[in-house]
Design a protein around this ligand. Structure first.
Ligand code: GLY
Length: 320
């Protein structure tokens, strides 16, 4: 079977719904730059990404530049500078990036470096590894010119101290809040896809905890022939279903991006009886420009930018 035919049909297409990717050649000619990202702060990230995309920049540069806006913003307490710390008061960051060639780089449990996404890109481009963690990732970053800085802002420190005061003896985790990871997916003017995902992870997590965001296939996945997907929300649950990879594979089988996102959430919902006390949301961008977004609970928003429009959209939760 030719690769092109294989891409079109997938391995289990007999059981799949109507195939939408009718002509890969047509899809490759797509010329509509767009950026799709999670949460309100996705708007500013999209704006930055679109500056590059609309001046013939490539998708990889665009996703990196976009999420760096969130990483550098101290008021966003879920990403980069100003991120909520772990239980011991350390801000530890996770991020990954993927290009149109299927190359990937990632860092986890990285401290004192404001732009983990850029370190992840260096891992991808300068090493034959995919993932560096902890002190190794930090040393690598410093070797490559990244500046060491304190990422714990006064606001995040004060909130952490307040949380610590309330902490019962048996508590391991922080509040069940939405921790607003940014995933950004982009398509450039020659139709190539890329994605990036970056977070400070679950607030007040057990030191050493790593979520889905730096895990290729969980927090992010890009297949330039099919599409890209990214996640936000409770990372442990996203990892268990390889959420972003699953969505791309479902799109390969013919699921619309929206249905693929819902199906991936369904796998998680199916694993839990009764009320789910956490949030997960996915975004997906198919090669032909169709997008999807779905969330377990209400409150999730995504930002979509195409042409000169950049808008925030609310998503109704599957459960409430
Ligand atoms: N989705 C981000 C995290 O769980 O760390």
């Amino acid at each position: 079977m030719e690769r092109r035919d294989f891409i079109k049909t997938g391995l289990i297409s007999a059981a799949a719904p109507t195939l939408i990717l009718a002509d890969v050649e047509t899809i490759k000619r797509s010329r509509n730059p767009m950026a799709l990202s999670t949460w309100n702060h996705g708007l500013k990230a999209n704006e930055e990404a679109m500056k590059l995309l609309l001046s013939q920049g490539n998708a990889l540069d665009a996703v990196e530049a976009g999420v760096k806006i969130s990483e550098a913003d101290p008021t966003i307490q879920s990403v980069g500078l100003g991120g909520r710390p772990d239980k011991d008061g350390h801000v530890t960051l996770d991020a990954c990036i993927m290009d149109s060639q299927g190359n990937a780089g990632s860092v986890a449990y990285l401290q004192d470096i404001k732009h983990p996404v850029s370190v992840a890109r260096k891992v991808m481009e300068l090493t034959d590894h995919v993932m560096l963690v902890g002190q190794g990732a930090k040393s690598f970053a410093i070797t490559h010119g990244f500046k060491e800085e304190n990422l714990l802002t006064e606001e995040s420190r004060t909130a952490w101290l307040k949380w610590k005061k309330k902490l019962g003896k048996k508590d391991d985790l922080g509040p069940n809040d939405d921790h607003d990871t940014i995933s950004l997916l982009a398509q450039d003017s020659i139709g190539n896809l890329a994605g990036a995902c970056t977070t400070s992870g679950l607030a007040y997590k057990i030191p050493g905890r790593v979520g889905d965001s730096p895990i290729i296939g969980a927090g992010l996945f890009v297949d330039n022939e099919i599409g890209a997907a990214g996640a936000t929300g409770r990372g442990e649950e996203v990892i268990k279903v390889a959420g972003s990879f699953l969505i791309v594979e479902l799109m390969r089988q013919g699921y619309a991006p929206q249905d693929a996102c819902k199906e991936a959430l369904g796998r998680t919902i199916g694993r839990h009886d009764g009320e789910l006390a956490f949030q997960i949301a996915y975004i997906a961008l198919r090669k032909d420009g169709e997008i999807g977004a779905a969330a377990i609970r209400k409150g999730f928003k995504y930002a979509l930018s195409s042409g000169n429009k950049n808008k925030l959209h609310s998503v109704k939760g599957i459960i409430n």
